[in-house]
Ligand binder design. Structure first.
Ligand SMILES: Cc1ncc(COP(=O)(O)O)c(C=O)c1O
Length: 409
């Protein structure tokens, strides 16, 4: 056995154990997609999907993608410098206008958009200032930039959502320039960034701010333009990075910024230049969802918000701990691995899919079910799921907080 086989075997111990106990929650093989899919031959209501406005499976979206398959096939077999279509450029122009930015660039994933943006902008004269709860794409982009020989930035972290801590870092940084990075809505905890204070601080310290609004785009703000619209901060944050993989129905990353910053990233970001073009059917699907949001955004967002409020009120009334959440992303805190895994299995048996998050995705003691309420869930589904959560929350001592006892007993 080579060392790589030995390493893989050793590090897979937890996965093997979970599979043996039949509580392994990941990589389940759906037979159909969407919020209402099929798993093991059974219909499933999906509460772990990021299809926040429920538009991913809309017939018009599928038709647009189908037409684009006929015209452009599923790929352009190259990267953007050689494989840009009018559809890509038109979507970028429309998205920039809708979001109120000079320019927009589409990447193949949101993860790549953040990596490319950070590596293109940061250099040896930069301190990257990151919220301690930053998404993997912000961390990985920063670590990648720091690894560039002789030109790597300094990386510093501030306490999650703390303006005081951010200011301390801005004051004590080593490099001439700083770039502050945070999320609009935090993907695991569902809390919103303290953006108004961050914007003021960044202005005071003459520091650009980058907001990853993957979970805010299409869900917050009267028109669905995200956290900046919701907090009345449009025009005050120079860079927003987002995704087409949630509200916009497919896959793809978005960079919003000034014309020159976006143009610079477009000519330097290796995650953009050395990776294949976003397929045109995906561009067509996103354009169709943008049509719908432009036509009906306030109504769509209000429907999502109403459902999220209803579900939150139901969970709170039942006595669940929702951590710091204040959005459609609601962690149902179980605070013990077994409780989260058992809840997940029991719910799945009843046709409700809710992914448990356990260590190392979250800290020990912060194990939870991650619940995403979407506009596509029906009232009946929300009510049934609330009743099931309450029933199993009692059965597995999530609501009482009592010890569930050893597994082997
Ligand atoms: C906060 C945040 N940023 C970025 C991403 C990456 O987006 P994509 O799926 O487009 O790569 C995600 C996806 O999970 C996310 O939650």
């Amino acid at each position: 056995m080579s060392w790589i086989d030995a390493k893989a075997h050793a590090e897979l111990a937890r996965v093997r154990e979970a599979r043996e106990r039949q509580v392994y929650p990941l990589f389940r093989e759906f037979e159909t997609g969407g919020l209402h899919g099929r798993l093991d031959g059974k219909p499933i209501v999906n509460f772990s999907s990021n299809d926040y406005l429920g538009l991913t499976t809309h017939p018009k979206v599928k038709e647009a993608a189908g037409r684009a398959v006929q015209e452009f096939a599923c790929g352009l077999s190259s990267s953007r410098p050689q494989a840009t279509t009018k559809e890509h450029v038109r979507l970028e122009q429309r998205l920039a206008k809708w979001m109120g930015f000079e320019s927009c660039l589409t990447f193949t994933t949101g993860y790549q958009a953040m990596l490319g943006t950070i590596v293109s902008l940061a250099d040896k004269d930069t301190t990257l200032v990151l919220d301690a709860y930053s998404h993997a794409c912000i961390l990985d982009g920063s670590f990648l930039a720091a690894g560039v020989p002789k030109n790597g930035p300094e990386i510093r972290f501030f306490n999650h959502n703390s303006a005081k801590s951010l200011e301390r870092i801005l004051k004590t940084r080593e490099r001439k320039n700083a770039l502050v990075l945070c999320e609009g809505v935090y993907s695991l905890d569902g809390d919103k960034a303290n953006l108004a204070e961050f914007v003021d601080l960044c202005a005071q310290y003459d520091t650009p701010l980058v907001v990853d609004d993957a979970h805010g785009t299409g869900t917050l703000g009267a028109g669905g333009r995200g956290t900046l619209e919701a907090m009345n901060l449009q025009g005050k944050v120079p860079i927003v990075v987002s995704t087409l993989s949630k509200t916009f129905g497919g896959i793809g990353g978005l960079l919003f910024g000034s014309g020159e910053v976006v143009e610079h990233v477009k000519h330097t970001a290796r995650s953009f230049l050395f990776s294949a073009t976003l397929p045109v059917p995906i561009v067509a699907a996103a354009s169709t969802i943008l049509d719908m949001i432009e036509a009906d955004g306030p109504k769509l967002v209000a429907e999502l918000q109403q459902k999220a409020r209803y579900f939150r009120d139901g969970l709170t009334a039942a006595g669940f701990d929702l951590g710091a959440s204040s959005t459609h992303i609601m962690p149902v805190m179980c605070r013990e691995e077994r409780k989260a895994l058992f809840m997940h299995i029991a719910l799945l048996e009843c046709g409700v899919y809710m992914v448990p998050l356990v260590y190392p995705s979250v800290k020990i003691g912060e194990e939870r079910l991650r619940v995403n309420v979407t506009r596509g869930h029906t009232q009946e589904e929300l009510d049934r799921t609330l009743a099931l959560l309450k029933e199993y929350g009692e059965a597995f001592f999530v609501l009482s907080g009592d010890d569930i006892g050893p597994l082997e007993a």
